[in-house]
Design a protein around this ligand. Structure first.
Ligand code: MLT
Ligand code: ZN
Length: 461
């Protein structure tokens, strides 16, 4: 028997009395926790455990450390970079059953939640008090807070409200070996010591297992107005968007769909997407009728800068229809192009036209169709290399490398929101120096000297 497998067997025996049916090596159960939404091949977990409390996670971490068994934290499995894909023989720690809102304190502007909570549920609960939890990944009806913290997830509203990190005030984290670490505070302000909370946010579950989070909630803007702007092409749309910001308007959503993205969504969408080369979904929010004035100004600017049409949502049904059309893009493209490579590069906003133009040019020689959609207002657009077969995907791989290098050369990043995971470990070096990567490896060692926690993720091996 392989040494690692033996260690895992011993671990299972030790954990069995505590977890009973909540620990499994059943192949059907393992199949459910072996992949994510990255399109990467599924991994090979040794077992899966479903803890219900921090003390149980701590027990798992303690025993796993003693036996040298790797742990892979898992939430809803909606990751896009393979952060939760087990590389071989690890115990998957599925935190989806730790899914409660423990406290909701609008008067103190925070909520305390467990990692398995579905993200949209927190926003919904806050809304009942006139509050909101701003981070809204496209998958927010299925992704969970723990995964959002591990990847520092963004979403359409990030253009005004920022990404997950801005909302994480404190964490409870189970470290390798089972110690429970608490970071941060529950006050609005707090600068004591190094900002360990922020260091853990976005660390892809490689430093510890997040078991609780104190999250900032904010008063919700009562008025939201939404419009759909059509353009001949994405570059015109991108240039027009710069003029919206230049006019002093910060929308709360400024999302791009190119013609391919619209084509795949159209058959499923209640909102009738006007035929166009590109579209921007834009929202403004605030307290009063000034919001509609801003949105009308946005439409005027867009029409003066090349938009062919503007449509303002007349009611919540229209608004929801427009939003849903945007949220459907990723999954619909995946259905049409099962082997697509989806990236999440980000560049300074003004460089977006260069990125959009060059990405098309890079795909052309290999015959790879390129789609672009996403967070235009953040300079973070999903460049998708559309592949229908595994062979096409192979052809697209070098194109992808060029797209990532292009983003870095424009002053941007290889990943604006999905993370490195296992998808971009080799490409981190396109962006970061050897010194910086080595420093991060030492920081990882300070948390996890035995390399037990989510081994092989986030940094080059
Ligand atoms: C999105 O913005 O739709 C998500 O980040 C998923 C993706 O398309 O990659
Ligand atoms: Zn996105």
């Amino acid at each position: 028997m392989h040494a690692r497998t033996k260690a895992l067997e011993t671990l299972l025996v030790r954990l069995n009395s505590r977890f009973g049916e909540r620990i499994s090596t059943d192949p059907d159960e393992l199949a459910k926790v072996s992949g994510d939404e990255s399109g990467l091949p599924k991994g090979n977990p040794g077992a899966v455990v479903w803890p219900m409390a921090t003390a149980e996670v701590a027990l798992v971490a303690q025993e796993a450390q003693e036996l040298g068994v790797g742990l892979v934290p898992r939430g809803a499995g909606t990751g896009k970079a393979g952060e939760s894909i087990p590389l071989g023989g690890e115990l998957v720690v599925d935190l989806s059953r730790m899914n409660k809102i423990l406290e909701l304190r609008p008067q103190d502007l925070y909520a305390v939640v467990q990692p398995g909570l579905i993200t949209a549920e927190l926003d919904k609960a806050a809304k009942e008090h006139g509050f909101m939890y701003p981070p809204d990944p496209a998958s927010w009806e299925s992704c969970s807070i723990g995964g959002n913290i591990n990847t520092n997830a963004g979403g359409p509203r990030a253009v005004k409200y920022g990404v997950t990190q801005r909302y994480v005030w404190g964490l409870e984290v189970v470290l390798a070996g089972g110690k429970v670490l608490r970071t941060g505070r529950r006050s609005i302000k707090g600068v004591a010591g190094y900002d360990v909370t922020s260091f853990i946010v976005g660390s892809e579950g490689t430093l510890g297992l997040v078991t609780e989070a104190t999250l900032h909630i904010i008063p919700a803007a009562p008025v939201v107005e939404t419009a759909w702007l059509s353009f001949a092409d994405p570059v015109t749309a991108s240039r027009a968007s710069e003029h919206i910001f230049a006019a002093g308007i910060t929308p709360r959503m400024l999302e791009l769909l190119d013609t391919t993205a619209m084509d795949v969504v159209r058959p499923k969408s209640a909102f009738r997407l006007p035929p166009a080369g590109a579209a921007i979904l834009i929202e403004c929010d605030g307290r009063d009728e000034g919001v509609m004035r801003d949105l009308e100004r946005v439409c005027e600017i867009a029409l003066a800068r090349g938009a062919t049409e503007s449509a303002i949502a007349q009611n919540d049904r229209d608004r929801e229809g427009m939003r849903r059309a945007r949220r459907l893009v990723s999954g619909s493209l995946k259905e049409a192009y099962p082997y697509k490579i989806s990236d999440d590069v980000a560049v300074p906003r003004s460089k977006m036209p260069d990125l959009l133009t060059r990405a098309q040019e890079l795909g052309a020689p290999a015959g790879i169709k390129v789609a672009a959609y996403g967070h235009l207002g953040d300079g973070n657009v999903h460049i998708n290399l559309l592949c229908k077969t595994a062979d096409e995907r192979e052809l697209a791989k070098p194109v992808r490398q060029e797209v990532l290098r292009l983003a870095v050369s424009l002053g941007g990043t290889v990943t604006g929101e999905h993370g490195i995971g296992i998808a971009k470990r080799s490409e981190l070096g396109f962006e970061q120096s050897r010194e910086l990567i080595e420093l991060q490896k030492r920081m990882k060692l300070a948390f996890d000297p035995g390399g037990i926690i989510n081994p092989g993720k986030a940094l080059p091996v």
